[in-house]
Design a protein around this ligand. Structure first.
Ligand code: GLU
Length: 481
């Protein structure tokens, strides 16, 4: 039975790079009918905040991820908040001390820092020199009676540790380069290494799928698994995600937290799809897919060893495909709060003209990647348009004027409107003016919207109504210069 976990530290908002690790754990569990566990690594009391735990749970759920065991859903092998497991770490640590697998270290932070500095100066690895490993009884007694604080360190054997990573193949580490590491801090909280290995053991994790940044931690964890008399789980270290400039993803790249994407109105299924393309692609190379379509073929060993590149343009392109295909009624409901905030529609929902709104959403959904963009795309339907100086000049040219005059005359004749009628009147305008293509469309579009791009012209006219369209064009026909 496959058991995997996502183990975030709640020290900030869930970022796309970290959420991606959750996604691949979840995929792997689904692929193997396994159990996906959410474990919150909140032993760093100073940096962990409950609000981040709440938020990350909300964000993961919004993405569509579900877990069978976790702090919010419980489970047989909990608790799933490390801060509620301190008694467990303490007990096992004591056992390690009893079995002489670990020892008390009385070195102070200042001493350790000074020794690291000297080691660096003499070109040696800045590892702990295992000084307290062989303290005799009277030395220990002296430290104890002087009331010195102590940490507890694990005795690292001088050996090679090797393991087969499911993505990277055989990895080997010389533990001689690693000093005895802390498993329990002086404040009684476990170190990251210890808490992870204890929890992965007790939670019966079969596969540890995490970022490549943890690769060098893995040999320490393997030693701890051995000490815990537990066969180490399988490991899969996923390559990290970079920005298009090939540096590690950060806010600098405009990469947001998941909650930020959510606020902007990205569709969760689109974001999820995009995250699955970071370091993996389906065999048929299709970029847009549903989880159910690919789940049978998902193999963790197919994941790329090379870093993946987070590309905002691609994300927007893919998310745009999703909004285009999304159901208009659903999008309309999602768009309402954004349009209310922009002051485009009444705050009182009963006063909203939903029929018109639906037409607007239908007309604009091809041009947006996320719902909040509807504000820029649909403003032409809610407020007076602005014409830039350049556009005003363009509209005052002979060609534009003759198009607008002729188009205006045709509008005047209309009582009703349809895409077909629009086609017909454009043909008439073309026949009268002999103007074609962009020179024909653009003056009309700019006069009606103040923009060079936007929804289909026939949709714009249909939504604005013939009278408003005439008024917008009149500005350019009757203006004296
Ligand atoms: N808490 C660690 C992190 O947020 C994850 C540890 C692990 O997956 O083993 O990076």
């Amino acid at each position: 039975m496959v058991r995997v976990r996502f183990a975030p530290s709640p020290t900030g908002l869930l970022h796309i790079g970290n959420a991606r690790i959750a996604v691949f754990n979840w995929l792997f569990a689904r692929r193997h009918d396994g159990t996906f566990i959410l474990r919150i690594e909140d032993t760093d009391i100073a940096r962990s905040e409950k609000k981040f735990t709440t938020q990350l749970i909300e964000d993961l759920r919004w993405l569509g991820l579900t877990w069978q065991e976790g702090p919010d859903v419980g489970g047989q092998l909990g608790p799933y908040l490390q801060s509620e497991r301190l008694h467990i770490y303490k007990e096992i640590c004591q056992q390690f001390l009893n079995d002489r697998l670990a020892y008390k270290c009385y070195c102070t932070q200042e001493e350790l820092e000074e020794r690291r500095r000297i080691a660096r100066l003499s070109g040696k690895p800045p590892r702990y020199d295992n000084r307290c490993r062989n303290l005799n009884d009277s030395q220990i007694k002296a430290f104890e009676t002087s009331g010195m604080n102590n940490t507890i360190r694990f005795k690292v054997p001088d050996e090679l540790v090797a393991f087969d990573d499911l993505i990277r193949g055989t990895c080997q580490f010389d533990m001689n380069l690693v000093g005895d590491f802390v498993i329990m801090r002086s404040d009684g909280t476990p170190s990251f290494h210890f808490a992870v290995a204890v929890d992965d053991t007790l939670m019966e994790i079969t596969h540890v799928i995490r970022g490549e940044d943890h690769l060098s931690n893995t040999p320490c964890h393997i030693l701890l698994f051995n000490a815990l008399q537990r066969k180490p789980p399988h490991f899969a270290h996923l390559s990290l995600t970079m920005g298009t400039d090939r540096t590690l993803l950060s806010k600098r790249h405009g990469a947001f937290s998941i909650s930020e994407y959510r606020k902007l109105g990205y569709l969760p299924e689109a974001l999820l799809n995009y995250m699955m393309l970071l370091g993996w692609s389906p065999k048929n190379k299709k970029e847009k897919f549903k989880v159910d379509d690919i789940i049978e073929t998902f193999e963790i060993s197919d994941m790329s060893k090379a870093s993946s590149i987070f590309d905002h343009h691609k994300l927007d392109w893919l998310c745009g495909q999703y909004t285009r295909e999304a159901d208009t009624d659903t999008l309309t409901e999602l768009a309402i709060p954004y349009l209310q905030t922009a002051g485009f529609i009444p705050a009182d929902e009963s006063k909203i003209d939903k029929t018109r709104l639906r037409l607007i959403v239908d007309a604009t959904k091809n041009n947006i990647s996320c719902i909040s963009q509807i504000i820029q795309e649909a403003d032409i339907f809610f407020k007076d348009i602005m014409i830039s100086h350049t556009h005003a000049e363009f509209l005052s040219s002979e060609i534009s004027k003759s198009v607008l005059t002729s188009f205006y005359q045709e509008l005047q004749k209309l009582n009703t409107f349809s895409p077909q009628i629009f086609k017909e009147i454009l043909t008439i305008v073309h026949e009268k003016t002999k103007i074609n293509g962009k020179e024909l469309y653009l003056p009309i579009r700019i006069a009606l919207t103040g923009k060079e791009h936007g929804p289909e012209l026939h949709s714009i006219i249909n939504i604005l109504g013939i009278n408003t369209c005439k008024k917008r064009i009149e500005r350019f026909l009757f203006v004296k210069r």
